[in-house]
Design a protein around this ligand. Structure first.
Ligand code: AVJ
Length: 419
């Protein structure tokens, strides 16, 4: 079917954001670029193809859960409602829910990628002529209010599928979920898809598909920087690397430099040493109970959780229990922390990054400078700081090791019994 292309009336994506975020990201110690910038027209198309690969079980599994339980889900949510989807992409799964929506409901699609949003809106409007469908081109993390029709007094529900929440660190996810509770109000609910912890081999395969689509998806970010920002990057200078990191419980995607090189961007020179990387994505995995705890800490109660037989993926129905207002970050002013907070920060960051029990002097010296410990505590000497961090690190490392042993023990005992 030929899709007519419509104009999206509301477009609030900040076009300078990409340049600013890339430059700021390349200045960090662990260079990083927010994963939302994957999704230009090419990146969005590549992501759709990733979803079809044999290894990427997420989309298939979530779709099956939705297909089986959508009637129950919409029944619990209640009708009519204002159905708001965060980061809808092609909204391939959305019809499974919309088919249960009555005609006085409205559906608002929010996505950062305009060409894809135009297509998606046209497709859903044709498929569901009785439901009012609106499209808003925006970064849902930047919303100041829910983009609903002015007179709309329908009960709002946020649909946030695909485990997009995994792109945020648990701390960022908590902020985002608190913000979502504030946006949607005391009456609101949220249906959210969350990828689960599982055998690392399954996770590693899902982010290293044989067809090379995930690799192309990662490298497209560099192409986009060249296309849109005029960045100058050595051809074939960076390679894709994706792996599950079990300490923080996330898949990481990196672009690793094959040699010492400089990226030219906006009149700045960004040096990258051989083997150093730009991190392009985190994809956190949560056991259902872990996610439930995170949601609770953000003011959401869990009404129901659905999973597949393998417990690969979960869909949570959350209800606002209290609205927690996070103190807004004050401009660019860096927060002054207690020395003990810096020690904790350094120890956990180090463990997450390296997994090692022995502190590296170079690393800690950089941390000391980059995080402004030096500025906050000008009389603090580096060697003493290093000793404090090493002590905290030893404790953390021991704890993580015991945890792993305990889990292993739990997993092995039922097996050995049967012998
Ligand atoms: C769309 C963020 C859920 O983390 O699995 C797919 C993006 N990255 N392959 C994910 C992605 C690499 C995806 N999310």
């Amino acid at each position: 079917m030929q899709m007519e292309s419509r104009k999206i009336p509301v477009d609030i994506v900040d076009s300078e954001g990409f340049r600013l975020d890339v430059c700021a990201g390349l200045r960090q110690r662990q260079r990083s670029i927010p994963p939302k910038y994957f999704y230009d027209a090419q990146g969005s198309a590549l992501f759709e193809q990733i979803c079809e690969t044999a290894e990427y079980y997420l989309t298939r599994t979530e779709t099956a859960i939705l297909d089986e339980h959508s009637a129950e889900m919409m029944g619990l949510i209640g009708q009519p409602c204002a159905f708001v989807e965060f980061g809808c992409g092609s909204a391939a799964k959305t019809p499974l829910l919309l088919r249960h929506l009555d005609s006085s409901s409205v559906c608002v699609l929010i996505d950062i990628c305009k060409p894809q949003l135009e297509q998606t809106e046209a497709r859903l409007a044709a498929q569901f002529p009785n439901i009012k469908i609106l499209a808003v081109c925006a970064d849902y993390t930047q919303l100041q209010a829910l983009p609903l029709p002015v007179s709309c007094d329908l009960r709002p529900v946020i649909f946030f599928p695909g485990s997009t929440i995994g792109n945020y660190t648990p701390e960022e996810a908590q902020h985002l979920l608190r913000k979502a509770a504030k946006l949607i109000g005391p009456n609101g609910s949220m249906l959210i898809g969350v990828d689960c912890k599982k055998d690392p081999a399954v996770l590693n395969a899902a982010y290293n598909d044989k067809t090379g689509l995930t690799k192309a998806f990662n490298l497209n970010l560099l192409a986009r920087m060249e296309r849109e920002l005029g960045a100058e990057i050595e051809p074939d200078g960076l390679i894709n690397n994706a792996f599950y990191n079990p300490v923080p419980g996330r898949v990481e995607m990196h672009l690793v430099s094959r040699f010492d090189q400089v990226i030219h961007l906006s009149g700045e020179e960004f040096w990258i040493g051989e083997g150093e990387s730009i991190q392009t994505e985190n994809s956190y995995k949560y056991r259902p109970d872990e996610f439930q705890d995170l949601a609770r800490s953000a003011g959401w109660d869990t009404a129901m959780v659905w999973t597949d037989a393998d417990k690969y993926f979960s869909i949570h129905l959350l209800q606002v229990s209290r609205i927690i207002i996070d103190r807004p970050q004050l401009g660019l002013r860096r927060k002054m922390r207690k020395l003990s907070e810096y020690v904790e920060m350094a120890a956990s960051e180090y463990l997450q990054e390296t997994g090692k029990a022995e502190l590296n002097a170079h690393w800690i010296a950089e941390f000391f400078q980059d995080n402004g410990v030096q500025d906050d505590y000008p009389r603090q000497d580096l060697i003493a700081f290093c000793a404090l961090v090493q002590k905290a690190l030893t404790i953390k490392f021991e704890r993580a090791r015991k945890q792993t042993l305990l889990q292993l023990d739990k997993a092995i005992r039922p097996i050995s019994k049967t012998r």
